[in-house]
Design a protein. Structure first.
Length: 233
């Protein structure tokens, strides 16, 4: 199916999701309807267990859609093949609270992995891109360090660099600033906001961090699997 470029890159309609089976089956999301415009920075908030991360993983092709519709970059995910999921994931950037760095690779090599998922990469161009993004995140002097020699905040910034280096169309981030001090956290979010303004990159962030709320274009609050507020900033 061809992509419609003027269409919102993320749309959900009547989205429900469940965990468990039989008597243990629990509904995690209830009739979630969303439309997130291109280039925006949206924050998902709510208490633990409210469905924020479940929604993020459904949008990111990390879970199968059970009921309802998710349109991602013009493609319907309900009933999509694994091949379609893989193809769409390559157009996304993921930032998780658990940075998931490879301990045997340097910071630069970890960032390069964000390019290698897209296929063959020119070694020099790839390294230049990795060094550039690490420099923007204040890690120029840590490029050749292994994760074991980096602080928690530095590891998280490497994970952010890995997500951004391929210029993804959508960035999905789960607590990206949790391990960062105020200045570093705001710098990361400002980078994401700038990417939206300059390149049209769409960002969705799950967070409990009140320090970054004012930087959002929109704040959506979930409770018990339902959207209870949706505020434009």
């Amino acid at each position: 199916m061809p992509e419609v470029l003027d269409e919102a890159p993320i749309k959900t309609s009547g989205l429900n999701h469940y965990f468990g089976t039989g008597d243990a089956r629990i509904q995690a999301l209830f009739n979630v309807n969303l439309e997130i415009p291109r280039g925006s920075l949206t924050i998902l908030m709510g208490p633990s267990g409210s469905g924020k991360t479940t929604l993020l993983t459904l949008i990111g092709c990390l879970r199968v859609i059970e009921e309802g519709s998710v349109h991602l970059l013009g493609h319907e995910l309900n009933g999509a093949s694994e091949a379609a999921f893989v193809s769409l994931r390559r157009r996304l950037g993921f930032i998780f609270q658990a940075h998931n760095l490879h301990e045997s690779l340097t910071a630069t090599q970890n960032v390069l992995m964000g390019l290698q998922v897209h296929g063959t990469v020119d070694p020099k161009k790839g390294r230049d891109a990795a060094l550039h993004i690490l420099g923007l995140l204040g890690l120029s002097d840590r490029c050749d360090y292994l994760p074991g020699n980096l602080s928690g905040g530095q590891k998280q910034r490497v994970a952010v660099a890995r997500a951004l280096v391929s210029n993804p169309e959508i960035i999905l981030a789960d607590e990206p600033t949790a391990a960062l001090d105020r200045e570093s956290g705001r710098k990361v979010v400002q980078m994401l906001k700038t990417l939206g303004q300059v390149r049209g990159t769409t960002t969705v962030i799950v967070t409990h961090d009140p320090r970054i709320l004012e930087m959002a274009d929109r704040i959506i609050t979930l409770e018990d699997g339902r959207i209870v507020s949706d505020d434009l900033q």
